[in-house]
Design a protein around this ligand. Sequence first.
Ligand code: HDE
Length: 709
Amino acid sequence: MAKRATNPSTRQTSTATIHDQTLLRGEGGELHQIAEGDVPVLTTAQGGPVADDQNTLRVGPRGPLVVDDFHFREKVFHFDHERIPERVVHARGYGAHGFFETYESLAAYTKADIFQRPGEKTPTFVRFSTVAGNKGSADLARDVRGFAVKFYTRQGNWDLVGNNIPVFFIQDAIKFPDLIHAAKQDPDRDFPQAQTAHDTFWDFISLTPESMNMVMWIMSDRTIPRSFRFMEGFGVHTFRLVNDKGESTFVKFHWKPKLGLQSVAWNEAVKINGADPDFHRRDLWHAIQGGDFPEWELQVQLFDQEFADRFDFDVLDPTKIIPEEILPPKPIGRLVLDRMPDNFFAETEQVAFMTQNVPPGIDFSNDPLLQGRNFSYLDTQLKRLGSPNFTHLPINAPKCPFAHFQQDGHMAMHNPVGRVNYEPNSFGEGPRESPTRGFRPFAAEEHGIKARLRPESFADHYSQARQFYISQTPPEQRHIAAALTFELSKVETPAIRERTVAHLLNIDETLATTVGQKLGFKAMPKPADAAVPTRQDLEPSPALSIVERGPKRFEGRKLGILVTDGVDPTLLQGLTAAITKEKAVFELIAPKVGGVTAADGTWIKAQHMIDGGPSVLFDAVAVLTSAAAIDDLLQEATARDFVADAFQHCKFIGYDASALALLEKAGVADALDEGVVALPGEDGLEAFVAKLGKLRVWGREPSVKLGKA
Ligand code: HDE
């Protein structure tokens, strides 16, 4: 029986006045009117049965509509109101349910109930997002990713509303509207969308030196992740943990993906956006539906005031990190996503994250960005969800008991019962505050003059940007230079380009010169004025590199196998078995829709036709063909692209004897390296799959870029 709306408030069906209908009780105990067969009768939202849903009510077959067609009026009225305002930032997102499991008691640091008992599982909902693009934009935009986690704890909801990058553009929340205005579409023309490669963004950035550390991060491959499953998350700000003695420990939160970090190449991202704009959502959907539940470890950097005082930077400055080598993060639990929402709108769209949702035992620091955020998130929910009762929506409601005297307002679903709706009251009714169990803010001593201020300790804008850059492997450094060149190539105002490169000179001279040359500068600008000179003595932090934190295995990744008629079934089965054994997945791509006939006459089903399954959708590829089919395959431009792109993107390529001709046609046969592997090969198919764990042959990249392949 079809299940209707999941919201319990819509399930109430009166049994009293239904005539001439058979009644059937549904899973939730609700009664449905039953038409012929086992199908419920279509009704209006008021429950009235509908006789004709195909034709409006009109006078004569060719006459006008009449106003008493209440069914049409209600149906179109509701449709007209289906959309709610999209989020002003992070509009495009995708969410999933799961749980958080605590490893060990953190009672010494925090009284938060979620961290008291080893093995305790807390339900969670996570929403990943891009920041700048509209709700319908493509997944592989170069952008920061939101990583927002709602923990439904026994002490109310805790929202850790983070990003996949541990620093931010600005130091003070008052600049946020300017930053976002500059990043999103220009107001006069409403483009470009979902990208920062335009004048206004770089104008703002080049006038905002505090953004330079973030600029290094966003120009790195962090902003083109391969999947939500393979990216880190960060709480960004310094928070506090507070124990039952009222003692505070500073904390920074980090999410580490179990399967390691991975990003795509920029050229790949551009093509994925065309081939599959839903690449990231599809990936999460398939992983969870296939039982391969994504997992992250929650790690914390814990420190006290004494550490904060001797650390090189201000721990309240959200444009700075504490390198993991200086303060190793401590694993405290794991997050597993194991269930997709039943309904995207009800859950992912209506979920309301708010930084100010913290349980007793977790508290804020004076980070001015965090404090500004605590102000913003409540407002935005009212705007978007339209009622102060947005906490009544199942996705936002706490899963622990709750009791308060807030009442009424649009769409009130849980009003207080009884006569008494205030406290204190002498009727002995209703909830009461609890000085022992309630949230008591950390009793920080504050003093100072009231003024619009920025601390001196926030003034070094370049040292950590440099540290990030020098911590990258050579291919990653090349990608940063290429990304900056690409973005600035789209900037039309020469002065903005120059101002940006002037900042780069304070970060790394080689980087600045490379970008300046590629932009065709006749002369380099002078370095930007720096309030504090760039420190050259900060040690590289390997933890900042994606390549250094990559996977050890191909597990969780996808092999694309291009097959043709006449394919050797034993070879194909051997390869797919080795992939499955590795806990990876594969998809088959065929020249025609449907599949191919193998050499032994068996029919092999393919998931993609070659035009719909380009190699950018896969982490590695193989081409298995036959002497009879290769000539036709050579005529397919998309088949040649399949191989040429995989090669250009430094992927591993497996091929059988007849597929060599395709490598030749794709123009890569003269440059074969250790990443292009003849199958089955001397070491066998499992050895090939083991190699795939490296994901890319980065050594190939310079020759491909220079066109010498
Ligand atoms: Fe947000 N941000 N933000 N932000 N943010 C929103 O709240 C805001 C910032 C982040 O999946 C909005 O519900 C201000 C940093 C995520 O629903 C809004 C400032 C970080 C999400 C808002 C920041 C974030 C948001 C828009 C500067 C990383 C999506 C819709 C002070 C630590 C949550 C909404 C979801 C969403 C305001 C800066 C992360 C307008 C004022 C730093 C992941 O309230």
